[in-house]
Design a binder for this molecule. Structure first.
Ligand code: AMP
Ligand code: GLY
Length: 449
């Protein structure tokens, strides 16, 4: 394995019987979760359903061929293998009620109920919730009828943001620069052509200006403990241009979230959201992700809430986490998060997504990946769309790998990550060459002053 585990150190001393942990999902976020959980001195075995070629190779980790959306099969697996704790990566099983089902069967699980996962499952629900609790977000209106939506677009002017209400794999948002583009998006969504039923209700939003950051917390018992800040790059093209993707790279920490902004995010967004959900009879347990726009004055506003860790944000965040993740999760489940402060590697971490030809559209699969066995210090390769073909690793999805580096600042972490990217390849591999550009510009500005 690459030389990062010693730097991250800190295995906790065992307390109680060793645990069997199940991670649900098969992407880069789940590889990072499984890798981190397997480092805990309290964990005997990590099962990943369905996992990928990277989790299959990870010491202490075992793939099980059950799909992440097969709640029935996952519950049977948890019973059959005496799983002590299940950690859910993706939003789809959460929105579909995996946590409710597991709890009803006496299985311990870390993730929100279906009611609480609506923060991600319905943009209309979230906008109404934020508005009624005075949590800052873009002004908006909700539509199911095309004529009324078109009138709103004309009245509001451009740029304007059109969002499908339901889940659309991170692709249900159009930031329209022109009126025809906005009207086309309205029509595509409301007709059901773009996202099926997920788009038959839409939200039309004011365009927010500023710098984005991802702010993810561990939540339980009415409290939230923030993880390190991060920033991802959602657009496919360099300079943050082109179509939206699941995310082309991410880094942690995000310099835009300084101590003052951090405090405002907790005070103005996270605490009122967690308390407001609990007061509405929807207590939240799990990772809570706030996608934020920070304006020039440091005021944060919510772009979106997600009911899970970000992907690829989880990869650099977990690479920096020194504390035992199991301890954090158990504190959330036991309602004892008060006073908990995770420890972080002081260094920055940056992950570059290596994608298959065609991504974010349809991609061909089955290309052998080379260069994975090299050992490059201070780097870690998390797999996403890979599968094992005998001894070979082959591509099996759009986002194939997230190649991470650690360094004294984001610039140094970027150098390490790109150095590692340069040693890996397959037919059609591509990546953005500017991951971290905003943070690196800030670092250069600081050095000049
Ligand atoms: P979402 O899936 O809601 O995070 O939206 C995807 C991306 O669209 C975000 O990361 C932003 O870059 C952009 N976006 C969404 N809503 C807004 C908004 N109200 N103003 C500006 N950009 C936005
Ligand atoms: N990287 C964005 C997300 O996970 O939603």
């Amino acid at each position: 394995m690459d030389d990062v585990a010693p730097a991250l150190g800190s295995r906790t001393s065992p307390a109680g019987d060793p645990l069997t942990v199940l991670v649900v999902g098969g992407g880069g976020r789940e590889h990072a979760l499984a890798w981190k959980l397997a480092q805990s001195g309290r964990v005997a075995r990590v099962l990943v359903a369905p996992g990928n070629a990277g989790t299959a190779r990870e010491p202490g980790v075992e793939n099980v061929a059950v799909g992440a959306e097969n709640i029935e099969g996952l519950a049977a697996l948890a019973h059959g293998r005496s799983v002590d704790l299940t950690v859910v990566g993706p939003e789809v099983p959460l929105v579909a009620g995996i946590a409710d089902r597991f709890e009803a069967e006496g299985l311990r699980i870390f993730g929100p109920s279906a009611a609480a996962a609506r923060v991600e499952g319905s943009k209309a629900f979230t906008k109404a919730f934020l508005a009624s609790h005075g949590i800052p977000t873009a002004r908006y209106a909700e539509f199911t009828v095309a004529d009324k939506a078109a009138a709103r677009v004309r009245q509001q002017g451009t740029p304007v943001v059109i969002k499908a209400d339901g889940l659309a794999a991170g692709k249900g948002v159009v930031v329209a620069q022109s009126e025809p583009e906005a009207l086309a998006a309205v029509d595509e969504m409301l007709s059901g052509r773009a996202f099926g039923d997920a788009g038959r209700r839409i939200v039309i939003e004011e365009f927010l200006v500023g710098e984005e950051a991802s702010f993810i917390c561990v939540v339980g018992g009415g409290r939230a403990v923030p993880l390190a800040s991060s920033q991802d790059h959602k657009a496919a093209g360099e300079g943050d241009t082109g179509p939206n993707t699941g995310g082309m790279g991410a880094y942690s920490p995000a310099p835009v979230v300084d101590a003052a902004v951090h405090e405002r995010i907790m005070r103005e967004i996270i605490r009122p959201a967690v308390e407001g959900l609990a007061a509405a009879g929807i207590p939240y347990t799990g990772f809570l992700y706030a996608g934020l726009m920070i304006d020039a004055g440091g005021a944060p506003r919510v772009i979106e809430l997600n009911c899970r860790l970000g992907d690829p944000e989880a990869q650099p965040i977990l690479l920096r986490l020194r504390s035992d993740l199991i301890g954090l999760i158990e504190a959330a489940l036991d309602g004892s998060l008060a006073g908990v402060r995770p420890e972080w590697d002081d260094r920055a971490a940056l992950g570059v997504v290596m994608a298959a030809a065609g991504y974010p559209g349809s991609c061909d699969k089955g290309h052998p990946v080379t260069g994975l066995d090299d050992d490059v210090p201070h780097t870690k390769v998390f797999h996403a769309g890979t599968s094992a073909d005998g001894n070979r690793v082959v591509t099996s999805g759009g986002r194939v790998l997230c190649v991470c580096g650690l360094g004294d600042d984001v610039g140094a972490a970027q150098c390490r990550a790109f150095e590692r990217v340069g040693t890996i390849g397959w037919n059609g591999a591509w990546h953005r060459r500017d991951i971290g550009h905003r943070a690196i510009a800030r670092e250069r500005g600081r050095r000049r002053h």
